[in-house]
Ligand binder design. Structure first.
Ligand code: ARG
Length: 263
């Protein structure tokens, strides 16, 4: 290598090594310790994540994340990126975690790691008042709307067939429910607390919720890329603390009115 070129490259290399040691962005401190995390979410999912009039993300997940941040001294920023993008960005490491009412399941565990559970949920169906759909079995031959790539979507595939043309999958749950209201689909399948919250906020929608024992219990967890033990440990530490000091139950009660009995 020419000497003059080396003169240019050497300081650059040294500078980049220094940068690497300090962390590549503002998410780690000079010692390489994590300072800040970005939590991706899909914020049309009240009461877990939704926006107030100023566009600020509020809800159960947002408060849980804030409480964990307070416990661990690590800043966590909630960011509305959308459901599918959240799954993608956690997988490729663009963001460190997902906090989005995410159900812990075996399929996802191949790609992600989850914290301990923080909420117990169940799928329900929502139909128009007076509908002849009374159970999951009644859905055969009917159109069903869901939020894409959610457990509700999986349940619809199980009920109607993997490649059924009768499943309409949307980016978010409010749109899936809107399809029922405007008569495009006979039912929507989604998470219980979210469907009940929708009905509470839209009392004129004339909808009925149907619970079916065929839906299995689900548990929400915070999600990181598989193998990201460093972030997972931080989240579990914070979660443990807010389970023990009653903060988690307080948050859930504040938004749902119900005292949850986890496990
Ligand atoms: N719990 C369901 C799942 O994990 C739905 C979650 C959807 N979350 C959201 N913020 N839209 O598949």
């Amino acid at each position: 290598m020419k000497k003059s070129l080396l003169k240019v490259i050497a300081p650059l290399a040294a500078a980049s090594m220094l940068l690497a040691a300090c962390g590549s962005d503002d998410s780690t401190g000079a010692d390489g310790e994590i300072k800040k995390l970005v939590a991706g979410t899909e914020a049309t999912f009240a009461p877990f994540e939704y926006m107030d009039d100023s566009g600020k993300i509020i809800g159960i997940d947002s408060e849980i994340v804030d409480a964990i941040a307070e416990e661990t001294g690590i800043e966590i920023e909630m960011k509305h990126v959308g459901w599918d993008p959240m799954l993608e960005q956690v997988k490729n490491g663009e963001i460190e975690m997902g906090a989005s009412g995410i159900t812990i399941n075996d399929k996802r565990k191949k790609v992600y790691d989850f914290t301990e559970p923080y909420y117990e949920a169940n799928l329900v169906m929502v139909v128009k008042e007076g509908s002849d759909v009374k159970s999951l079995a009644d859905l055969k031959g009917k159109k069903v709307s869901v939020q894409i790539n959610t457990t509700g979507h999986e349940a619809a595939k199980k009920a109607l067939g993997e490649t059924s043309q009768d499943i309409a999958a949307f980016e978010n749950m409010p749109v899936a429910i809107m399809e029922v209201i405007n008569g495009s689909t006979a039912a929507a399948i989604g998470d219980n607390a979210v469907v009940y919250e929708y009905l509470k906020n839209n009392p004129d929608a004339k909808l009925t919720v149907i619970e079916d024992t065929a839906f299995e219990k689900e548990y929400y967890g915070l999600m990181v890329k598989k193998g990201n033990k460093e972030v997972l440990d931080i989240l579990n530490e914070g979660l443990k603390a807010i389970k023990e000091n009653g903060k988690l139950d307080e948050i859930v009660k504040k938004y749902t009115g119900v005292t949850q009995e986890l496990e």
